[in-house]
Design a protein around this ligand. Structure first.
Ligand code: SAM
Length: 360
């Protein structure tokens, strides 16, 4: 049996000081590195479970491999091997002779259940996986891997591949009702009658925040081809009478409002582009308008933190990046907004909320 891999924190704790020559790695470190390197295979294995409906089929209870293969129209031999492999990372467990059951971790790949990230799994593997083969180019040149892979920016590529938009919208909603929801739970927007969700996609975040605020009105603002998914979401949530949908380009102009919401928008863009988006908001907003930014705030030290993995996504896919609190404050100040406070997310959510006021 190979030695158990050393957890990364333990490895960091025993790492030699930076001034001394690195010691030869032990077998534990080699195994840990191999485990990390196998990430690309594990991602595809989890994607198969999500995409082929295996996790969803198991949601009803344990099933034999034969039954599962029939239900999901898959090859029983390959499926049985995949499930046995994934039992090793806690996604399923053996259940008797030839059957498997989902674990709570595996349940996150079930369709349409609270806490599901199934559509994230599908989106990542169908739009992000291939571009990441160009990350070496990014590190050499600074050009996002997606741009190198597609020959155009990810945003431009998406514009001509609308078939990916429904799953992208659902993936964003997965985040909204999962990790983002944990950060939004109990949060109340600053006062103001009209709340504009800029880059609001299908309106999931705005709906979440205005659901129990019947006295406020909302605007979901996004590109034409994206915001077209919003009316269905608003109708389904019973808020279509007080949240309107507007198509547009936030580099050109944004609607007038009292409170502006930017949820995971700024991290898609470099500082100059963020300055333009914030500038358009400052032009449309009355003095004293409030800005609410929902983003990951980049952690400072060596610790494992989801903000670092999100920054890896940004590095590969877009010109933007995750930011430290001081970087947000500087961006806001450049457009006339003063950072008022940071509402930290709970420990199990990478997201925080930053509130600012238009003071110029
Ligand atoms: C990462 S998504 C965030 C969606 C949503 N705010 C959320 O938190 O789930 C970024 C959004 O910005 C929108 N966007 C990108 N460029 C835009 C533009 N020029 N004008 C308006 N919206 C834009 C995208 O269509 C996308 O919906």
């Amino acid at each position: 049996m190979p030695p158990a891999p050393t957890p990364p924190q333990a490895a960091a704790a025993t790492a030699p000081a930076a001034t001394t020559a690195p010691q030869a790695p032990g077998a534990g470190q080699s195994m840990e590195m191999l485990r990390l390197l196998s990430g690309f295979q594990q991602s595809q294995a989890l994607y198969a479970l999500a995409k082929l409906g295996v996790a969803t089929a198991l949601h009803g209870g344990p099933m034999t491999v034969g039954e599962l293969a029939k239900t999901t129209e898959t090859d029983a031999g390959a499926l049985g091997r995949l499930l046995h492999i994934l039992s090793g990372i806690g996604v399923v467990t053996h259940h008797g002779e030839d059957a498997f059951a989902l674990t709570p971790l595996g349940s996150t790949l079930v369709a349409d259940v609270p806490g599901s990230v199934r559509d994230m799994a599908i989106m990542w593997m169908e739009t992000h996986y291939a571009p990441f083969s160009e990350l070496v180019t990014t590190v050499r040149t600074g050009v996002p891997a997606a741009t190198a892979h597609f020959g155009q920016s990810f945003a431009e590529w998406l514009g001509s591949h609308p078939e990916h938009l429904p799953v992208m919208a659902s993936a964003m909603a997965d985040l909204t009702y999962g990790p983002k929801d944990a950060a939004l739970a109990g949060y109340r927007l600053p006062p103001g009658e009209v709340v504009a969700d800029i880059g609001g996609a299908d309106g999931s975040v705005l709906v979440r925040l205005l659901a129990d605020e019947p006295g406020r009105r909302g605007i979901v603002f996004d590109r034409e081809h994206v915001v077209s998914t919003a009316p269905a979401r608003l109708a389904e949530q019973g808020v279509a009478d007080r949240i309107e949908v507007q198509a547009g380009d936030f580099f050109e102009s944004v609607p007038a409002a009292d409170v502006y919401l930017l949820s995971t928008v700024l991290h898609d863009w470099d500082d100059a582009s963020c300055a333009r988006i914030l500038g358009r908001i400052a032009e449309a907003a009355p003095h004293g308008a409030r800005l609410v930014v929902v983003e990951t705030v980049l952690s400072e030290g060596d610790e494992q933190h989801p903000s670092k993995l999100l920054d890896l996504t940004m590095l590969g896919m877009v010109p933007g990046h995750e930011r430290r609190e001081t970087e947000f404050a500087a961006l806001f100040a450049g457009a006339g907004f003063t950072l008022d406070r940071r509402v930290p997310g709970p420990v199990d959510s990478p997201f925080a909320i930053l509130e600012a006021t238009l003071t110029r």
